[in-house]
Design a protein around this ligand. Structure first.
Ligand SMILES: Cc1cc2nc3c(=O)[nH]c(=O)nc-3n(C[C@H](O)[C@H](O)[C@H](O)COP(=O)(O)OP(=O)(O)OC[C@H]3O[C@@H](n4cnc5c(N)ncnc54)[C@H](O)[C@@H]3O)c2cc1C
Length: 360
């Protein structure tokens, strides 16, 4: 049975950051990915600029131009419950607009160039902790493969299968997001449009992202409303038609995904969780790629420290991510207070007064 120092389940940004850093530290790493190379992941593909800085500082990487979408950068336009006329643009704020599948494929190609093995089309099935090692079972086609590792990293997303071995899925709060990619007409400019409308239209948020020649229209709802996602999206599109002259022409793609809503699971013993699998995603904005990368970096630091000092990985990792956990829990608290038209209106007003310009 092949033995590795670190096995990472999931080749998204959290898993690949962990793998890249662990390999840089001299560890023998294996990545297991259920999807194919270049797999598609439901995502808006919006990155804060700091994400590029982190990639540069930590990995000496620059996002290649072909990973960027058109327009390459977007401003942020808020729309409150009272509608577009009281919305506007946050001043001095820019976001990167990327193709998510190309971004992850690019990170995979970086890892492959560094000779980190990634087993694509291979699904994690289960792990068993033994005296010294962790035995990991995976399925590739009809074959069941077994590996041994000292440290197991669950980087397998919001519905993490690794996490389900130690933490009940029903206790892990998630939101559902429905996205449609439309060829459409509309009165939109180069902004990421964030809609905080009444809760009966956008229970969490709605958004519009211009991407290449299309518009991504998305809506996020809490777990108990996931079955009604399409209804909410239809109501949201009606607002877009009324306020932004949105005219759909052709639906190119439709996808559902999930984001963590403030439940944090760092890990147990020598098994830890990074990115969405551990709940490391901004529950209010759904921004998770940066936190995925940051927790991947924190995880690799924890592996080194745990290995050097003979400490349990989870104990060290918990310390390394403490400030990220605080941030997420604070955002969650803040978000629960944004539960009325009035508080949403106040929030947008205060955001825009920070910028003191409006742009309709
Ligand atoms: C609709 C939507 C829009 C979003 N928009 C944005 C955005 O614009 N900007 C932003 O920053 N964040 C966004 N997010 C959040 C962001 O996508 C996540 O936070 C981010 O992908 C987390 O990265 P990750 O590596 O932890 O997990 P993922 O990117 O989910 O990667 C997990 C990987 O694990 C693999 N996997 C799963 N199960 C197994 C298994 N059993 N065996 C092997 N492999 C497995 C999956 O195939 C996948 O490749 C959005 C989320 C959704 C749902």
């Amino acid at each position: 049975m092949r033995t590795f120092d670190v096995i990472v389940v999931g080749a998204g940004p959290s898993g690949l950051s962990t793998a890249l850093k662990c390999a840089e530290q001299g560890y023998n790493v294996l990545v297991i990915e259920r999807g194919k190379y270049g797999r598609s992941k439901p995502c808006g593909g919006i990155l804060p600029l700091v994400c590029q800085d982190i990639l540069d500082y930590e990995f000496s990487l620059r996002i290649p131009s072909d990973v960027l979408s058109f327009p390459q950068s977007l401003g942020l336009f808020y729309v409150p419950p009272s509608g577009r006329e009281n919305g506007g643009v946050l001043r001095n704020y820019k976001l990167l607009n990327i193709s998510r599948s190309m971004f992850d494929a690019w990170l995979c190609s970086v890892a492959i160039k560094k000779k980190i093995p990634i087993l694509f089309n291979t699904a994690f099935l289960e792990f068993r902790e033994e005296e010294k090692d962790i035995k990991v079972l995976v399925k590739a086609g009809n074959d069941i493969l077994k590996f041994k590792t000292r440290y197991l990293i669950g980087a397998d997303g919001a519905l993490s299968n690794v996490r389900r071995h130690i933490f009940s899925f029903s206790d892990f709060d998630i939101a559902g997001i429905l996205q449609e990619h439309w060829e459409a007409k509309g009165d939109f400019s180069e902004y990421f449009y964030m809609f905080l409308l009444s809760k009966d239209i956008t229970p969490i948020y709605g958004y519009v992202i211009p991407k290449n020649d299309l518009f991504i229209i998305g809506i996020g709802v809490p777990r108990d409303k996931i079955r009604k996602l399409q209804e909410y999206l239809e109501r949201f599109k009606k607002v877009l038609s009324d306020e932004f002259n949105f005219v759909p022409i052709s639906l190119i793609k439709k996808e559902v995904g999930f984001i963590p809503q403030g439940t944090i699971v760092e890990g147990k013993d020598n098994v830890i969780f990074v990115g969405d699998a551990g709940g490391f995603c901004n529950p209010f904005s759904g921004e998770g790629i940066r936190l995925a990368i940051e927790t991947g970096i924190a995880a690799s630091g924890a592996v080194l420290q745990a290995d050097t000092n003979g400490e349990p990985l989870t104990v060290v990792y918990r310390q390394n991510v403490e400030s990220i956990v605080d941030f997420i829990l604070n955002v969650r608290k803040f978000m629960l207070n944004l539960n009325s038209d009035e508080t949403r209106e106040d929030f947008v007003r205060s955001e825009l007064s920070r910028s003191s310009i409006t742009d309709h």
